[in-house]
Design a protein. Structure first.
Length: 163
């Protein structure tokens, strides 16, 4: 198997705490889209879930994986591996004595990294003009579409409860 490239994105409606995540996987000439919705969540959690779900999917369907190249616009996700030693040695506890936000998701990502060769590339979000195809923009539009539909469904349901 040649190269595996995964484009991920996550988003959250901060007032409703509804989140969406998506991943576009390019593998062996195939394009696979994964997505989902979560409640009571944050932007960073959705960014992490997108990466985790993509890696878990690949692990299940392609057990002998080469390096997985993950493209993300999340500074949070791409920067986690530089902090892995520090976070692990602190037991995922902050300086204020609180558990790190999204600790379980961060631990899961570290666990997946230990089992696979993950390579992260940080890209700028929402770049309109590029000379090459931009799958990152596509995954961003996918996530925003999911969020819009979910918020509209929730608003419609809420209105129907009042009438």
């Amino acid at each position: 198997m040649r190269e595996i490239i995964v484009y991920t994105d996550g988003s959250c409606h901060t007032q409703l705490l509804i989140g969406a995540w998506a991943a576009i996987l390019l593998i062996a000439g195939q394009r696979i889209e994964l997505s989902g919705v979560e409640n009571n969540t944050t932007h960073n959690a959705m960014e992490l879930v997108a990466v985790i779900k993509a890696i878990e999917y690949l692990s299940e369907h392609y057990p002998s994986l080469p390096t997985i190249n993950i493209v993300t616009d999340s500074q949070y996700v791409s920067g986690l591996f530089a902090r892995e030693s520090k976070l692990s040695s602190a037991g995922f506890i902050t300086k204020k004595g609180n558990e790190l936000r999204n600790a379980e998701l961060v631990k899961r990502l570290y666990e997946l990294n230990a089992n696979h060769q993950l390579h992260f590339t940080k890209v700028k979000a929402h770049q309109k003009t590029r000379e090459v195809e931009n799958i990152n923009d596509e995954v961003d539009m996918l996530v925003r579409g999911i969020m819009r539909r979910e918020v509209e469904q929730r608003n419609t349901l809420q209105k129907s409860l009042y009438y």
